[in-house]
Write a protein that binds this ligand. Structure first.
Ligand code: HEM
Length: 799
């Protein structure tokens, strides 16, 4: 295990100091910077708070005063967030021109809006993408189309006349026999009720939800609803929550959450009601902001000291002593699953770490992991953390593996299962897998033939990693696109430049997705500086991925309709659906889904097979036993088939034992809690990232006998150890590719064992060092010596 150099506290502190100095200098250099980079002009700003201190309320008037003074297009810095302010027709038109409209179609993910917008999934706050497109399509088709509006004209007339009737009856009641007298009426609530009744009748058919009688007007429920809407807009005021702009303040819930629960505080309400006059918001005053920051820093120091007592009073999970600002980041070592195992071994199996600003629950026991994914908690833990570094690679968190639990994820998962991973589809594609597996056997045999130097008993050295990756890639490509032609015209992808680059891209994706490799995910201030260049690398990777996936989609689109229908591939079927519903089945959605499956289904499977073969080479007696089972149950007259696997129990034990020792996702994929919950009698706060250490659980000496030993026998019937494993995760986010991975890996292993004799390259054992990333690669690619088994040469030469 290595300590991550950039997690070393001294370096981290040095970085933070550099940052603060940078911030000061950035204020001084602001103007020259703007000129050299051609950024929009920007009034002089202060360190850290930027232009926050200039804002006055109401915001539209406050900003008008600033643009009147400094020009109609300004770039402000509200804390850490750059904000373009536009106050001229020309610039506004450019923002929404055909060229720029899509680029500006996102909404900022203001942390304070996370709750009110159901994690940014509502129509008005979702980012531009498939989810928003779907919601917008439904809203238009179901409520706002001209057709629907015309159909509902009668409702509106009725409601408007209802107001007229009620005003008339109020006047009648108050006129005191003076038919020319006036009556005072309050209009605000009547007008709100009109709008509410019209909307309710259009979306739900009636207004009875609020009142049984005349209408919602005046009912307590309607009044409360009006207050709720007003409160929502008040809280959504673009600059009312300081934590949206100064990330550090979020830890302390200053302003933002407080206003969520105490909406009528003096901070917000009075200033809005003084419609004419502009007021400076008290908490935007620089002196107070600086006081808050100082309090914060002092708080951080005290929080380190008070950590333990806090934990006891709140019943939070235990937490090792932490440092201010970095929290427990300095404790992490790599590879992360081993680093975390060392921490849980020492401090207990359920820990709450603070990685910079992010609370992280680390679980390394069966009991606690079962509770995380129990019926009661699984939904609450079904979200993924929105690690800023993953924004690009996950298309703004909209891919199958990284979307939050909700309608978009459900839809993607349904498509992936129905189109590719259902038992029906897997069975239909068995021939592809057999063909690809036998292709590997044929190529190994021909390499041996070419190198054997007339010595039919000699061994040939083969490199397995790239062959196994190409197998997994070809299988996935054929299942989702029908062929592997995108990568090579000839024999297969093996060795082609494009396939090699694809492998590098997948490996890089998982390396960059390593749950704790990007410091900016945990120390928000560092994001401005992209330390380590992760963000830059991701953008480059994304561009390449986009081009490749577009090529796959375009090639499929060029095929005739009959071909597409006949082949029944995922991309073909989705292109057909695109014709019916182009708003949801966009090219973007199809490409993202294709790439999700290509990456999730390749590296994981090929790594597992590589570990299995390495374990067999280091344990020749297990290899011999597996070969004997195949000889007895399949024989040597024919090649093993996928349907034989059920009849090879020892081989299945080998596969299971491999996944125990080397689970393909050692920390699963990180989850995040959508609500506060209880795990192992501890309170786990909402928004906590969850890392379940499957690697540690699979090697827990309290559960497994000789836990680090490769013993497939432990799973044999009769002497089964009652161990508990989660190599594919658990609950709703469980891996949907288990069936495919099991069939593919088992067939490949069975074929390699049946056809060839295997030996290590030297006397030494195969190196079993683990690499890094979200998946579990071998640090060194597997090489082995191979020769065909004499009684299989005939069959192999006919392949
Ligand atoms: C031995 C091979 C494999 C292993 C060990 C493995 C393991 C895992 C694990 C641990 C997770 C995370 C579960 C969680 O979040 O708790 C996962 C998710 C996933 N896996 Fe696999 N996997 C393998 C093969 C495959 C294959 C062949 C596919 C097919 C395309 C696939 C597709 C996915 C997808 C799409 C997800 C994300 C699911 C979601 O977030 O809803 N995996 N896998």
């Amino acid at each position: 295990m290595e300590t991550l150099p950039y997690y070393l506290t001294s370096i981290t502190i040095a970085i933070l100091l550099t940052l603060i100095i940078n911030l000061f200098f950035s204020a001084i250099n602001n103007r020259s910077n703007i000129e050299s980079k051609k950024l929009p002009p920007s009034p002089p700003s202060l360190p850290i708070v930027g232009h926050l201190h200039l804002l006055k309320r109401p915001l539209h008037r406050g900003l008008a005063a600033i643009t009147d003074h400094h020009g109609p297009v300004l770039l402000l810095r509200l804390g850490s967030r750059p904000v373009l302010v536009v106050a001229s027709r020309g610039a506004a038109e450019q923002c929404f021109s055909a060229a720029n409209d899509v680029a500006f179609a996102n909404r900022p993910l203001l942390p304070s809006m996370k709750y009110l917008t159901h994690d940014y999934t509502t129509l008005a706050f979702a980012n531009y993408g498939p989810l928003w497109r779907n919601l917008r399509r439904i809203a238009t088709a179901e409520v706002l189309s001209t057709h629907r509006l015309t159909a509902c004209a009668a409702f509106r007339t009725e409601e408007v006349r209802g107001i007229a009737r009620r005003i008339f009856s109020d006047w009648n009641a108050n006129k005191n026999d003076e038919s020319s007298s006036f009556t005072k009426v309050e209009m605000k609530s009547r007008l709100f009720d009109l709008a509410l009744n019209v909307m309710m009748r259009m979306i739900a058919g009636r207004k009875y939800t609020f009142s049984q009688g005349e209408g919602v007007g005046g009912s307590e429920a309607a009044k409360r609803f009006r207050e709720m809407v007003e409160e929502t807009f008040l809280l959504a005021d673009s600059a009312s929550n300081l934590g949206d702009f100064l990330p550090m303040l979020r830890w302390f819930d200053i302003g933002a959450h407080y206003t969520l629960y105490c909406p009528s505080t003096a901070v917000l309400t009075p200033s809005l009601s003084t419609a004419g006059a502009m007021e400076t918001l008290p908490y935007y005053l620089t002196s107070i902001t600086i006081a808050i920051l100082l309090t914060l820093i002092i708080n951080l120091f005290f929080s380190a000291i008070n950590n333990r007592s806090n934990i006891e009073s709140k019943k939070l999970p235990p937490s090792p002593p932490s440092l201010p600002i970095v929290g427990h980041l300095h404790l992490l070592k790599r590879p992360l699953h081993r680093g975390l195992a060392a921490i849980t071994d020492h401090h207990g199996p359920v820990l709450l770490l603070r990685l910079g600003s992010r609370p992280v629950l680390v679980v390394a026991s069966r009991g606690a992991a079962e509770q995380c994914f129990s019926a009661a908690n699984d939904v609450a833990f079904a979200n993924r953390p929105r690690l800023p570094s993953m924004k690009y690679l996950t298309h703004d968190y909209t891919t199958l593996a990284f979307a939050n639990y909700g309608p978009l994820w459900r839809n993607l998962r349904r498509i992936a299962t129905a189109e590719v991973l259902s038992t029906h589809r897997l069975t239909a594609c068995a021939a592809f897998r057999t063909e690809e597996v036998r292709g590997i056997a044929r190529r190994i045999f021909s390499d041996w033939n070419a190198n054997k130097n007339d010595e039919s008993s000699s061994f040939t050295k083969v490199e397995m990693k790239s062959r196994l990756f190409d197998l997994a890639l070809n299988v996935m490509m054929r299942m989702i696109a029908g062929r592997k032609y995108t990568f090579s015209q000839g024999e297969g992808v093996g060795g082609s430049e494009a396939a090699k680059r694809f492998r590098e891209m997948v490996e890089e994706t998982f390396l960059l997705a390593d749950s704790a490799s990007n410091l900016g995910d945990f120390l928000p201030m560092l994001r401005w500086f992209d330390i380590g260049g992760a963000e830059k690398r991701m953008r480059k990777l994304l561009k390449e991925r986009e081009e490749l996936s577009q090529k796959i989609v375009d090639e499929k689109r060029r095929e005739s309709e009959e071909e597409i229908k006949k082949e029944q591939t995922m991309i073909g079927d989705l292109l057909e659906s695109q014709k019916q519903d182009p708003d949801f089945y966009t090219d973007e959605t199809i490409k993202a889904l294709a790439f999700s499956l290509l990456s999730a289904g390749t590296d994981t499977t090929s790594n597992t097979i590589e570990w299995a073969m390495s374990l067999l080479l280091n344990n020749p007696e297990v290899l011999r036993k597996a070969a004997t089972e195949i000889d007895v149950r399949v024989g040597t007259d024919r090649l093993v088939e996928e349907s034989d696997i059920a009849n090879l129990p020892y081989l299945r034990c080998v596969f299971t034992e491999t996944l125990r020792l080397y689970p393909g996702g050692p920390l699963l994929v990180p989850h995040e809690s959508a609500t506060e919950l209880t795990i192992a009698n501890y309170t786990v706060p909402q928004g906590t990232m969850l890392l379940v250490n499957a690697y540690a659980i699979h090697r827990d000496p309290a559960v497994w006998r000789e836990p680090t030993k490769f013993k497939p026998e432990r799973f044999e019937a009769g002497r089964e150890e009652k161990g508990w494993m989660i190599p594919f995760g658990m609950g709703r986010r469980r891996c949907p590719g288990e069936g495919l991975a099991t069939r593919e890996a088992s067939l490949l292993l069975a074929t390699m064992i049946q056809c060839f004799e295997w030996k290590r390259v030297g006397e030494e054992e195969v190196d079993m060092t683990e690499g890094m990333g979200l998946t579990l690669p071998k640090a060194l690619p597997l090489e082995a010596l191979v020769r065909p088994r004499p009684n299989m040469i005939d069959l192999l030469s006919k392949l």
